[in-house]
Design a protein around this ligand. Structure first.
Ligand code: SAH
Length: 400
């Protein structure tokens, strides 16, 4: 087996079990491993630290499979890790039945760097995001079938991050046929999704609990669901008794799906409307026409995928949050999110605080919000906590 030798002093993060080896930490590679092949990682002092997948083209030149340098990386290894990931979901009551959905594997935090697996009813959708998971593709597909007892595995490796690994984007069936359109259930609501053509793997499972939270807060309120995609928050609010719900998204396809989802749940009862367009523009337009709401959801796409784009992202988050605060009536609620890896919870809170200040609004955080439990965060991998949110309440008006 090939060996990756670290530079002196560059084993510290691995000693803390952080799974990434950056290119600057690598002194030499002995042997001639193919991309994705397993290498033993050794400190400058000669201590074997574990086994990793070799990723020559990436800044992250190796991702640790195991911190046991003797552990074989083979089919049994993948079966074991996958079974453990499934066990964690079962503990949360999330292992889905025929119609349910959950994330079965959340990459590094499940000890499987570069692997995402979402389960939609009987269908598994995988993203192979690094050379290691690409190398073990067939083994992973077989192991998934063995561990879950399902027959359909569809690949959605058409993610931009693959380019950083020197891998082409790809989508298509891995096991079984193309899944077609599916309907899943979440907290008693049904959602249509298209694993082959929808965003990411077809649905944003990470917001499951927060959508339920919105549902519990929506009764009697006029709701704006900004960045709605297929209407996850909007349907929650309708089911929770909102007076009206307006879903905004720049994607006409997403909003068409949202309307079909409303129909599917019998919630297309005149309270629901959709508006296609750029949220930044539309929020401004609402402000200028003095439109107001009682509950606003802001769930934008990643503005800062990496730390390098944090400044620009900070301005964008500030902008939409400021506008939202201006649109909220006294006592109004804001559920605001960032899924940017480059923006941590502390910075996000500062941005939202700055937005309220500039909007001239007093507001308080009623609850911090985060990704659902099927998107765990390994303690050694704080980067796994990518989704942060705040439930804020604007101070109420005067009592007459
Ligand atoms: N809240 C959704 C997930 C949102 S994902 C849910 O619960 O499922 C982010 C969404 O933002 C995508 O649907 C994307 O089409 C939309 N989007 C991206 N840029 C936008 C923009 N500038 N204005 C409005 N929508 C945008």
């Amino acid at each position: 087996m090939a060996t990756l030798h670290l530079k002196s002093g560059r084993d510290r993060s691995l000693q803390r079990r952080h799974p990434w080896v950056f290119s600057g930490a690598v002194r030499a590679v002995e042997g001639d491993p193919a991309p994705g092949e397993t290498v033993t990682v050794v400190s400058a002092g000669g201590q074997a630290l574990g086994r990793a997948a070799w990723s020559p083209q990436s800044q992250i030149q190796a991702r640790m499979w195991s911190f046991d340098p003797h552990e074989e990386i083979d089919a049994g290894f993948f079966r074991g890790r996958l079974a453990d990931a499934v066990a964690a979901r079962r503990l949360l009551g999330l292992e889905p039945d025929r119609a349910g959905a959950c994330r079965l594997v959340h990459g590094e935090s499940d000890g499987l760097p570069g692997l995402v697996v979402d389960r939609y009813g009987e269908v598994l959708v995988v993203q192979l995001l690094a050379t290691g998971t690409e190398f073990w593709k067939e083994t992973i597909a077989d192991a998934l079938i063995e561990v879950t007892g399902l027959a359909t595995v569809f690949e959605r490796s058409d993610a931009e991050v693959r380019r950083l690994e020197g891998l082409p984007e790809r989508a298509g069936p891995l096991r079984g046929g193309p899944p077609g359109e599916l309907a899943i259930a979440e907290h008693g609501l049904r959602f249509l999704l298209d694993p082959a053509g929808g965003h990411k793997t077809g649905f944003y499972l990470d917001q499951r609990d927060n959508r339920l939270r919105a549902r519990g807060l929506a009764a009697g309120r006029e709701v704006l669901d900004c960045f709605s995609f297929s209407g996850g928050f909007a349907l929650g609010a309708l089911a929770g008794g909102a007076a009206s719900v307006l879903a905004v998204d720049s994607s006409a396809d997403a909003l068409a799906l949202a309307r079909r989802n409303a129909q599917l749940n019998g919630l297309d009862d005149g309270r629901f409307d959709t508006l296609e367009g750029d949220a930044f523009t539309l929020l401004r337009r609402f402000r200028d026409s003095r439109r107001s709401f009682d509950l606003i959801v802001l769930d934008p796409p990643k503005f800062a995928p990496t730390a390098a784009r944090v400044d620009k992202a900070t301005r964008a988050y500030k902008d939409i949050n400021l506008l939202a605060f201006k649109l909220l009536r006294p006592g109004g609620l804001l559920l605001t999110f960032s899924c940017s890896g480059g923006v941590d919870a502390g910075l996000f809170q500062k941005i939202v605080a700055g937005a309220a200040l500039d909007a001239g609004v007093d507001a308080a955080i009623l609850a911090p919000l985060a990704q659902a439990g099927d998107h765990p965060v390994a303690l050694a991998f704080p980067e796994g906590a990518y989704l942060k949110g705040l439930l804020c309440r604007v101070a109420g008006g005067r009592v007459p």
